[in-house]
Design a protein around this ligand. Structure first.
Ligand SMILES: [Zn+2]
Length: 414
């Protein structure tokens, strides 16, 4: 599909921007992979008629765990990324490659598959050193630059903090495209955490914490004190992955930290609703971003992003169009990346949504608020239609149609 593409008959146009989440326009022109015009209807080689359905920026999953290619070893599942894209997600942010078999084993005592592997003769300490975690982060970054199942954008450049890093490691990581340092498992000393934090800031790496029920360093018992020392840019799964931090640490992050507050599908949804309400009271909804924390021990849920939006709409007064911003524009901005918005000049990563066929509702926003399922009928990434029609079991009410206009004949030709 080359040349300009015009989306027309858009019923509801969502922008991904909290300042004006719904745009007063019925058309969007895409060319060269980029949104060129909004609200105009010029001639275009390809016209996509939405028949009144909703057009929105593709969702960003701010907390995904990519492995190699589209295989998830913990679930022994192929195709999780492709199914995630078909469910309306166009961008994945890696929260770290934490579960590569044999490459990063958190603990021989944890009651999970990694402990099982350690029990069979593996040495978990061996995979837990600065050299190994750095090599893995660089390898994943390289691999996901070219591996794009269904065209997905996957930012895989996340490295775990480990004991033993020196400043040159950070220089090397930054030069190799690593964009985020994540405190995942406790490192030994809080002084090292503070040093890593300053190197990350110096070299332009974002800092994310595994925000849960354990301290980030071994020499500090208080979860809150370790969070204070690390001063994260992003408090990863502040509602737990799966168990949240104590409420006083969560409230400290909201009231005194400056971090983006990430809420994930697999966490504690009551705590997520609490964070959302507090952020709304503080007029700080721009700090909230949404993710899945999948695939992982909890399973593979390709529709997790929409489901999280829906559940949070039931548990709070925040309208669906604002929750969509937390899964699109907010995330792009927090990660300092382009996209997540329906705006001129932004990448054309777009999804056409409509209520499931049998729903009593007739509009995507009403459908999600009501509690029915909505489905994408068309998904575009970088101006390329990667899915049309619905390969999932159920269909949206209004399926977009694609019309190709014959190219204009050159003057003088017959
Ligand atoms: Zn995670």
């Amino acid at each position: 599909m080359n040349g300009p593409i015009l989306f027309r008959n858009i019923g509801t146009l969502l922008s991904g921007d909290l300042a004006h989440p719904m745009l007063d326009a019925t058309s969007v022109l895409v060319d060269g992979g980029v949104i060129r015009e909004i609200g105009t209807e010029p001639d275009a080689e390809t016209v996509i008629d939405l028949h009144g359905a909703t057009l929105a920026p593709g969702f960003w999953d701010s907390h995904f765990h990519p492995y190699f290619g589209d295989y998830s070893p913990r679930q022994r599942v192929n195709g999780a990324v492709e199914r995630t894209v078909v469910s309306g997600v166009t961008t994945l942010i890696s929260a770290g490659a934490g579960h590569q078999p044999g490459m990063y084993l958190p603990s021989p005592t944890l009651p999970n598959v990694q402990a099982g592997s350690a029990g069979h003769g593996g040495d978990p300490r061996r995979a837990r050193d600065a050299r190994g975690t750095k090599a893995l982060a660089i390898t994943m970054t390289e691999a996901w630059r070219t591996e794009r199942p269904s065209g997905v954008k996957c930012y895989a450049g996340t490295v775990f903090a480990e004991d033993g890093f020196v400043r040159d490691d950070f220089v090397d990581l930054a030069a190799n495209g690593i964009r985020m340092l994540k405190f995942q498992r406790p490192i030994s000393r809080i002084a090292d955490a503070e040093t890593y934090r300053s190197w990350a800031a110096e070299l332009g790496l974002l800092v994310m914490t595994h925000t849960g029920n354990r301290s980030m360093t071994k020499d500090v018992a208080s979860i809150r004190d370790s969070l204070r020392a690390i001063d994260p840019d992003i408090a990863g799964h502040v509602n737990g992955g799966p168990t949240p931090a104590p409420r006083e640490a969560v409230d400290w992050l909201i009231d005194h930290g400056r971090a983006a507050l990430e809420l994930v599908f697999i966490g504690n949804l009551r705590v997520a609703a609490h964070v959302l309400r507090r952020a709304a009271e503080r007029d700080e909804l721009h700090r909230v971003i949404l993710g899945s924390d999948l695939p992982g021990g909890t399973g593979v849920v390709p529709g997790a992003m929409l489901r999280t939006i829906q559940l949070l709409s039931h548990l709070s007064d925040v309208p669906v169009e604002l929750l969509v911003c937390m899964a699109t524009g907010n995330t792009a901005r927090v990660h300092r990346l382009p996209g997540g918005l329906v705006a001129v000049g932004e990448p054309a990563d777009l999804v056409a949504w409509d209520p499931v066929e049998a729903s009593e509702t007739d509009d995507f926003l009403d459908c999600v608020a009501y509690g029915d399922r909505a489905y994408p009928g068309l998904i575009m990434i970088d101006g390329v239609v990667v899915h049309h029609g619905n390969p999932l079991l159920l269909s949206p009410k209004r399926m977009p149609t694609i019309h190709r206009n014959a190219p204009a004949l050159a003057a003088g030709s017959v």
